[in-house]
Design a protein around this ligand. Structure first.
Ligand code: URP
Ligand code: ZN
Ligand code: ZN
Length: 479
């Protein structure tokens, strides 16, 4: 006997109908009108939507970065994701320069296996790729890691040169895998940063001022050009500006296989927030992330891009650092440092912000309630598209017989105020909310991961049980 979800309005990327859903052995086994089945658990979804579980294709749990470590690990991060209606994350494993990508993969398995509450997969961040190690990429794809992230930003840390880009792109294309690109001209940006520092411009505001959108657009253009020549499908991560989106549009019109994601922070927040407040100008450090938040007018352009399919998905780039370090109860000092590392200079603020828990509610409210997206497009952008792009579909990303029962029963009438102090909206291990005070109408009520009820109402019902998911190659998706 399994779980029966009754009387819900089932919405996928293409469907919208009233039905009951019966779940057995982790997958959906029957969908029908008024199913007459006895189940262990019955969930009454009257007046509620039944959505495929959210997929967040861009998280950084337990990531060493910026002289510290991101504050959420696979335990706290996946619990927070579950509360927010996300049932799969694709996190970024990191290859250390000079070492094998498999060492990076082992490290990420050790961080996640046995800890996660929802299912997870990995992209691989490549920091160097000599010819001798190119064969690893095929084996990595066999292990279910079928996408790579490379960085044009962060010189001296994650940055790779154009030669490495081309070499890795070419091999990824030959293997039927995908490239994810952090596209920003980090070399030029570092020069602009040096000018600011020389002039004593050290407050968080200068994080945005030293990262012009032109340098993002240039990176996107260059990544697209290299991918086109190397013949590899390209996915631009965390696209933040109209300037950069123009480059994606032009390339897509030319027929290039390029997609791009944006993130809620670029749709709901803008660069004015870096000014901080009268009490503490450093408050702006909470939103120091890369790319930086942009001028507000970009938001409308990005929403249009989502609606008209120029942008393909909404991810969070969840990479939280506490404002005042991460503390364990009873400890005399934080066990991880946070944004305070950069009090004397914005260049030392760890880059990243929290959001894995807020994505679905923000996108439903800003998209569906405020009339910018259809219900189907909301599902597509928060779940289905990433499943298709990253080799998880139709196991994930839809509600269909045989698919994993990753399901969100979503209450369109539940209103929440997102806040670090609201126990319904904040389970992330970070001492602030990037969306403090935002009121959202519509919130996940019950969340299932492979048929297990993990969240019901405002309670966590199951901790742990998330599994690593091997992803298919792009070429397999075409068959
Ligand atoms: O500021 C950000 N985005 N931190 C995470 C690393 C990255 O670039 O995705
Ligand atoms: Zn990035
Ligand atoms: Zn990221």
């Amino acid at each position: 006997m399994g779980v029966l979800i009754k009387n819900g309005r089932v919405v996928t990327a293409v469907d919208d109908y009233f039905a009951d859903i019966y779940i057995e052995n982790e997958t959906v086994s029957q969908i029908g009108v008024k199913l007459d089945i006895r189940a262990d658990h019955e969930i009454d979804a009257t007046g509620k939507f039944v959505f495929p579980g959210g997929i967040d294709p861009h998280t950084h749990f337990d990531m060493p970065f910026g002289g510290t470590n991101s504050a959420d690990d696979f335990d706290t991060g996946t619990v927070a994701a579950a509360f927010g209606g996300t049932t799969t994350v694709i996190d970024f494993a990191i290859q250390t320069k000079g070492e094998s990508t498999f060492k990076g993969l082992d490290t990420w398995h050790a961080k996640a296996d046995g800890k996660a509450t929802i299912d997870y997969a990995f992209h691989m961040i490549v920091t160097d790729m000599p010819d001798t190690r190119l064969p690893e990429m095929q084996k990595l794809a066999d292990a279910g890691v079928t996408s790579y992230k490379l960085f044009m930003a962060y010189p001296g840390v994650l940055y790779v040169d154009d030669g490495t880009l081309y070499r890795t792109f070419r091999q990824a294309g030959l293997n039927g895998t995908r490239i994810c690109m952090h596209a920003e001209n980090g070399i030029v940006i570092d020069e602009i940063i040096k000018e600011a520092v020389r002039d004593g411009k050290l407050t968080p505001q200068y994080h945005a001022k030293t990262r012009p959108t032109r340098m993002e657009a240039e990176g996107v253009h260059r990544a697209i050009s290299i991918a086109e020549v190397a013949q590899v499908p390209l996915y631009i991560v965390h696209l933040s500006s109209a300037d950069a989106l123009d480059q994606v549009k032009i390339a897509r019109m030319r027929g290039v296989d390029v997609q791009a994601e944006t993130c809620p922070q670029y749709l709901f927040l803008d660069e004015s927030i870096y000014a901080g407040n009268a009490l503490d100008p450093f408050e702006g450090a909470k939103w120091v992330m890369t790319p930086a938040l942009r001028e507000k007018w970009n938001q409308a352009v990005l929403w249009q891009g989502l609606k008209h399919h120029h942008l393909s998905a909404v991810a969070t780039d969840h990479c939280p650092f506490c404002f005042n370090g991460t503390w364990r109860p009873g400890d005399a000092a934080p066990f991880q440092l946070g944004k305070e590392l950069g009090r004397d200079s914005f260049t030392k603020i760890p880059n990243g912000a929290p959001g894995v828990e807020n994505r679905m509610a923000l996108m439903y409210h800003g998209g569906v309630v405020e009339g910018r997206l259809s219900l189907n497009r909301f599902v597509e952008l928060t779940s289905t598209s990433s499943a298709k792009t990253f080799g998880l579909f139709p196991k994930k990303g839809t509600i269909a017989v045989g698919s994993d029962a990753d399901i969100v029963v979503f209450d369109p009438n539940r209103t929440e105020t997102i806040s670090v102090n609201n126990p319904h909206t904040h389970h992330m291990r970070v001492d602030y909310s990037a969306y403090e005070g935002f009121v959202v109408k519509g919130y996940p009520d019950t969340v299932l991961s492979r048929g297990r009820i993990i969240v019901a109402g405002s309670e966590l019902k199951t901790r742990g049980g998330g599994q690593f998911v091997k992803r298919a190659r792009c070429e397999q998706l075409l068959r």
